[in-house]
Design a protein around this ligand. Sequence first.
Ligand SMILES: O=C(O)C1=C[C@@H](OP(=O)(O)O)[C@@H](O)[C@H](O)C1
Ligand SMILES: C=C(OP(=O)(O)O)C(=O)O
Length: 669
Amino acid sequence: MFQTEFLDIPALASAGGEVRLPGSKSISNRVLLLAALSEGTTQVHDLLDSDDTRVMLTALEQIGCRLEREGDSLRITGIGGALPPGTAAELFLGNAGTAMRPLTAALALLGGEFTLSGVPRMHERPIGDLVDGLRQLGCSIDYLGNDGYPPLRIAPADFRAAAVQAPIQVRGDVSSQFLTSLLMALPLRAAAQDITIEVVGELISKPYIHITLELLARFGIAVRNDNWQRFQIPAGSRYRSPGEIHVEADASSASYFIALGAIAAGPGVRILGVGAQSIQGDIRFVEAAQAMGAEIESGPNWLQVRRGRWPLQAIDLDCNHIPDAAMTLGVMALYAEGTTTLRNIASWRVKETDRIAAMACELRKLGASVEEGADYLRVTPPARPADWRAASIHTYDDHRVAMCFSLAAFNPQQLPVRIEDPKCVAKTFPDYFEALFSVCETPRERIPVICIDGPTASGKGTIAAEVAQRLGYGILDSGALYRIAGLAAHRAGIAIDPVHEEEIAALVRTLPIRFTATQQILLGDEDIGHAIRSETAGMDASRVSALPAVRAALVSLQLNFQRLPGLVADGRDMGTVIFPAAPLKVYLIASAECRAARRYKQLISKGISANITALRADLEARDARDMLRSVAPLKPAPDALSLDSSELSIEQVVEQVLHWWQQRQPFKG
Ligand SMILES: O=C(O)C1=C[C@@H](OP(=O)(O)O)[C@@H](O)[C@H](O)C1
Ligand SMILES: C=C(OP(=O)(O)O)C(=O)O
């Protein structure tokens, strides 16, 4: 997951390949609650691992469920319809509507003392209609903040007096989750009598009720659905675990990759884990994308999406049945001919943020004309490529804003897009950007490289790692590559000798090397940081570096590090030889005295004795050698910015580099 303050996505060109999507949030949290209410153990496969499911799991553990991980699956042992006596807990439910609402209903009916709270936005998301429904049953629920909103206090209620006779009424026009919550919890009261729930007002987001009914059926509860207006839970209903259950991949998350396939040139995208037979209503996003021009084939568990009509075709659609995925249509509209209208989406205003306002504001930043109404959004794309703007997309702690706006990186003006607070995708799809980059391509020259060159002990490695971490970029420690090449040849039993030059070069080209943000050096899964610092590795490194074919192979290996979303490369010839077109080159220096003192401190802290005068003499000798060597000598590139770190802290140097970087970016707030 990208934990950075922002993520700059370079202009993207095409897409191809396969993505396996994480599990459905809506299914995961329903399955967890139903398993928790059942007796016995349910083994859940392919559960979503994200913020929304984590808050649910923690809450279920707090109320007495047992959770065990078994390989990739989770075994959950339920409470069997009754809480252990005296159960009390403070539950924090983040911003997960699928945890807050259903748990409110279940816990209010189970007895026990609870407080339920969430992030500040959760305290602005309505729950009053559900509380009103539950109060009809005699539940004791108090608002701890504003009436109608979490946080809530639930106290045990005496249900004996209140046989449920009249139908329970619940409004359906603010969120379908209120009805879902009653449907999942009311079997607790249906041992001896039928229970009827009646929807007041129009029921929105109906397909989510379909998911609820499907999963209730899997747990042994057959609800009668009378035209989406009345629902009857039959007397004698009991939660019965199916024993084992698989969670489908998330159809709302699929929308970003369906849109990607529709927008991007290239062979198309194959989406695994969800298909035509999904129980999730958001699968109908497929029809909307087809109407805009996408070519989509599907099987029971996969979708294959390719660009069809181009530019896309504008649509006018009632999106009530696909409230979450429809946000993605707002961004697809940027690539359409004509004006796209998304209707009947009033519920967007009470989700993670006011999504109508958020979409309108961010789409305008990109150059679109947007009309916003109480329950609709009308998007007209930028008239000409030159009307697109490079925007810094504010994401409002809304995962879907972050995910759908990443697709603006396919703009015809080839402008990068900045996504602020990219970690907000953790709500439902923590590795969204990694998945996106794994199927997107762009010409190498669009992927930014920051070069940090300089003499030995100038602090390049530390600065490069920190800058890379702050930008979410990859790292290339080019100095280590020669050592790794030597080590790999040595391990493969190939003598480092000109006779084996081609063989070593071939080996080098395939080495799976990675530099992590925490300065680990990985060869495959092995941390080889230590092994390459040995005396022998140093000797091997200098011998391989004398072989021209190996040097050439290392050049292409180094170029291969230029991957999405960007790279920080540290070394001696990054800006001069390997990445001469890099948009920022820093030449990092420090006085010999200062570098010797730093190295001295470093060695002493590791318990290695050292002599500062000898260290300084060593450094100066190496500087001279590096600067005078005939191949790629150490020198600043003509367009490098020099930075003397002698008197600066690490943080000050990092800030200076980032400041230079920001100055080169085109983004407008
Ligand atoms: O029941 C569910 O799993 C959901 C229902 C929908 O909410 P509304 O019914 O509030 O539209 C949807 O937006 C949400 O992401 C998940
Ligand atoms: C509205 C959403 O979430 P929640 O389940 O919190 O309502 C969403 O995921 O888009």
